[in-house]
Design a protein around this ligand. Sequence first.
Ligand SMILES: C[S@@+](CC[C@H](N)C(=O)[O-])C[C@H]1O[C@@H](n2cnc3c(N)ncnc32)[C@H](O)[C@@H]1O
Length: 329
Amino acid sequence: MDAAASGIPGNHYGQPPQIILGQFPSKCEIKLKYRTMANLTEVRNKLSFAKQPYSTWQTTVDPKEMRKFQLLAHKWWDEQGQYAALHSMNDIRVPFIRDTVLNMRNDHPLGSPLSGTKILDVGCGGGLLAEVSRLGASVTGIDPLEDNIRTAELHTSFDPDLAKRIEYKSCALEDIVEEASEKFDIVVASEVVEHVADVETFISAQLNTPEGSLFITTINKTQLSYVFGIVVAERVLGIVPAGTHEWEKFIAPEELERLLESNGFSVMTVKGMLYNPLFGSWSWTGNTSINYALHAVKSSTQECLDPKETFQEVGKEQPQTEASIRTAG
Ligand SMILES: C[S@@+](CC[C@H](N)C(=O)[O-])C[C@H]1O[C@@H](n2cnc3c(N)ncnc32)[C@H](O)[C@@H]1O
């Protein structure tokens, strides 16, 4: 029962309701309604811990990361600013997604190569990659940080054609898994894995259709990635602000592959990406020791496996994080 339904203004969390002057109920009525609210809240809490594996207690959102991204939430579309390297990464990641998908399809609609394709952009930030929808795809962009979503929506609103094809939501991956309303032909998590609180939960919560594609770009966990990804990029050249990355959160491609394979994906491609700070440009390389991109395909035999059930089977502990920060803004 929510506060409105209780008849007394209040909230969901068993807090004493606030009384609005002029609608003052009798003392006994307040006591009764508050007691009812408290009881129902207790029941609701018990139910959510027992039945909903993707409750906010198992969030993949790391509040520390949210604080970092909050400071830059209005900077996404400054092409020379802190997100310049993500802007130029579009020059290689967009063709990678497009060409991989086209190679898997028989039809190649002219002008709109991705038309008819549903994409989920997880951790979309300000929408730099979500605007791949220009290629004809319909895109849902999600990010736990509300201010990122506002920036993304504002930018997309300047192009009405684009705005029709992109929907943004302020939430984490596990939240839409909980809704489980739809699945996607393509899921993209570009430069996100290294910022989540729990990579295993994140990977087990993917929302691909059977035989759908998952694209991930992230940073390897090597000595080179420490030197170039953190010391040089953050402290020497200032390509990204100091403190953007934590080496402990980087993940080796082999480890990511293992997680994906154990969650019903077949990894098709892993390839290295190299950033040239002189030109501010990215290129492909055979070396995955710093940045890399991965393409995996969801197995068709996983069709009936509900990601919530997958997670329940794993039976993980619930990390204690500040779920409230996901709506910071
Ligand atoms: C480096 S940015 C990448 C943004 C975008 N994918 C791009 O490449 O332009 C990382 C983004 O991941 C988001 N993020 C962090 N943890 C997340 C989580 N658990 N679920 C979804 N997004 C998350 C952050 O809010 C941030 O916008």
